[in-house]
Write a protein that binds this ligand. Structure first.
Ligand SMILES: Nc1ncnc2c1ncn2[C@@H]1O[C@H](COP(=O)(O)OP(=O)(O)OP(=O)(O)O)[C@@H](O)[C@H]1O
Ligand SMILES: [Mg+2]
Length: 335
């Protein structure tokens, strides 16, 4: 301890000491703040049962939509849930959670999350921005310091799940979070069925090696668009989908039918998961309601809790829960 910047003689190292130079005192204060933050991270780690990161290699594939959807789906099941929006340059979780233009509440030096739909606690950099149209340019160390502060200084309370949304790509942010927050259960990789997105999600899977965070699995978003209709009971239907592909189905005894059209194509997420030996967590349909929800602040799961998208999310949540159970016991980690 002789070379520790924190004096063992002073019970409060941040308090001024007679013989410390201003520079030494600054160092002591910073060491003390870091130590406090580290202890706080450990405490947060203990109080939050499960932590799940949501990542993708490519931008715009629906990470924030999936992260908010997972949080809401878990909350719908009765879990206490938080969502941490780490996207510093383009934070859009608050908007999706009906918390646009909300400001954070700080009490006794601790940041208190805002409460979004279904009581989900939300922390986002957007809450600190004066003007959402002005892009924030953060230099590397400041950005990473802000992330650590976000994690260490937030009063989450007891949570069953914390879902963490990231900016696209294999950047510094996931690395910082993985190094700071103890016991992360794993990462969910979001992809769309296009080749380019799949290629990038392969990078994310490889990236997990350097983070030493298990891959819980791959979710295929915007996977097919389902149309519904009514005709005479038992009628055979044929619909020409994108690219002229024929889709056939038969109406049920009430005359109702559903056809899922492959807007891009389907199954790529599953084959990528198989290729890398990681679980496929399920497919989420292309649903224009997500776009409306992103604009008007009412997430699809809240506006239509029994709808096809909410059901698809619930299935993905079940798959994630079963992976969390098995990865804890079997140590599912790509090496
Ligand atoms: N399943 C879906 N069906 C229809 N639209 C969707 C779906 N998922 C996402 N979207 C829409 O696609 C756009 C991008 O989604 P989102 O912001 O969630 O992506 P992202 O991966 O978080 O983006 P970024 O990389 O910028 O953080 C949004 O307008 C969203 O409403
Ligand atoms: Mg996003």
């Amino acid at each position: 301890m002789a070379d520790s910047p924190v004096s063992t003689h002073n019970p409060n190292p941040a308090a001024p000491s007679d013989d410390a130079s201003p520079q030494q005192q600054k160092q002591m204060e910073s060491a003390y703040a870091n130590m406090k933050r580290k202890m706080s991270m450990q405490e947060i780690g203990r109080k939050i049962k499960h932590k799940v990161m949501v990542l993708s290699g490519k931008g715009g594939v629906g990470k924030s939509t999936v992260a908010t959807g997972l949080a809401l789906s878990l909350a719908q099941e009765g879990h206490s849930v938080g969502i941490l929006d780490i996207d510093i340059t383009g934070p859009n979780v608050p908007k999706m959670m009906g918390l646009d233009r909300k400001r954070l509440h700080v009490e006794q030096g601790r940041i208190h999350p805002a409460q979004g739909h279904l009581g989900v606690k939300v922390i986002s950099m957007a809450f600190l921005l004066e003007d959402e149209d002005t892009p924030v340019v953060w230099r590397g160390p400041i950005k990473l310091g802000a992330i650590n502060q976000f994690i260490g200084d937030v009063e989450w309370g007891e949570l069953d799940y914390l879902v963490i949304d990231f900016p696209p790509g294999t950047s510094d942010e996931p690395l910082t979070v993985a190094q700071s927050l103890p016991d992360i259960d794993g990462m969910v990789i979001v992809t769309t069925p296009q080749d380019v997105a799949l290629l990038d999600s392969r990078k994310s899977i490889t990236f997990s090696e350097s983070l030493k965070v298990p891959v819980l699995g791959v979710v295929e978003n915007m996977s097919g668009y389902t149309i519904s209709g009514k005709t005479s009971p038992g009628n055979d239907i044929e619909i020409a989908g994108p690219g002229g592909k024929k889709h056939k189905t038969t109406a049920d005894s009430d005359g109702n039918f559903n056809v899922t059209l492959d807007i891009f194509k389907q199954g790529g997420g599953k084959s990528t998961a198989e290729e890398f030996g990681v679980p496929f967590l399920g497919a989420l349909p292309f649903d224009p309601g997500f776009v409306r929800g992103g604009d008007d602040g009412v997430h699809r799961i809240v506006s239509e809790p029994e709808g096809a998208s909410a059901i698809a999310f619930a299935k993905v949540v079940e798959a994630i829960k079963s992976q969390i159970g098995s990865s804890k016991s079997q140590g599912l980690e790509i090496i």
